[in-house]
Design a protein around this ligand. Structure first.
Ligand code: CIR
Length: 255
């Protein structure tokens, strides 16, 4: 079975309260966010991964969402160029942290932009969402890089979600969690789809970590559906990160 050995996270800084949002849920409570982040780390450890914890970077309010700064494969790391201007620069220290784990590091360059949240890995294939953050040039560079390592890439046109993985989570074994605009998307018909109820759309952002699925707390229908598909579930409260449009996948890089 394919397994993740490592995860990288970054502690939220106090500047988190000024992060980008479209959620209309108010500002995150920093202390609570810190607590929730600690429990998120504990949950990752319970799934058997070694967690590298980077210190907060106050210069970047959204830097807790490390997923957007890199795409990690078994053969190479790709450092992204984030699509939001206020996030450009977050990737520099992630690249440094990754030199401990990777000898082959590639980079997306401007004018290409790509957020890791727009990339979903399914074995040796990578889906890239063309979103407000990931442009065609970023997707083109990404495909060119991955081609060198024998991986394939396809683009997904999307309209509503912030990121591809805001509404999709691959749970291995051909099981795919689908929400909102992805429920009837032709690109994903070949998967065994687990459909997220409209009332729980946010829970489309779950993560599979070594046969355990982390699910956001307070999404009971989703939790049951995933358990019925045969997975062990750990619920994690990420209410403060939701206020910034972030979720479980955004808070770590898993590899
Ligand atoms: C942003 O707008 O960039 C952050 N407030 C949220 C990023 C969430 N990341 C993700 O979905 N991968």
């Amino acid at each position: 079975m394919f397994k993740f050995k490592n995860a990288i996270v970054r502690r939220p800084g106090r500047s988190l309260v000024g992060g980008i949002t479209s959620a209309n849920l108010g500002k995150p409570d920093y202390e609570l966010a810190l607590q929730q982040h600690g429990k998120y780390i504990d949950a990752l450890k319970r799934c058997g991964v070694e967690v590298t914890i980077l210190e907060a970077d106050e210069r970047y309010p959204d830097s807790v969402f490390v997923e957007d700064t890199a795409v990690l494969t078994e053969k190479c790391a790709v450092i992204t160029y984030p699509g939001a201007a206020s996030r450009q620069g977050e990737e520099v220290s992630i690249k440094e942290a990754l030199t401990k784990f990777y000898t082959t590091i590639e980079c997306i360059e401007a004018p290409g932009t790509l957020d890791g949240g727009d990339v979903m890995m399914v074995g040796e294939h990578f889906y890239v969402g063309l979103s407000e953050r990931t442009n065609e040039e970023g997707a083109r560079q990404f495909a060119e890089i991955l081609d060198k390592y024998g991986y394939t890439v396809s683009n997904v046109f999307m309209e509503k979600f912030l990121h591809l993985k805001s509404g999709l989570a691959y749970l291995e074994n051909n099981n795919l969690l689908v929400a909102g605009e992805f429920i009837n998307h032709p690109e994903f018909e070949k998967f065994n789809r687990i459909i997220i109820d409209e009332s729980e759309s946010y829970a489309g952002n779950c993560i599979w970590v070594n046969d355990v699925v982390l699910v956001p707390l307070r999404y009971p229908k989703t939790k049951i559906a995933i358990e019925q598909a045969g997975y062990k579930v750990i619920e994690v409260d990420v209410s403060e990160f939701r206020k910034l449009d972030g979720g479980l996948s955004c808070l770590s890089l898993r590899f």
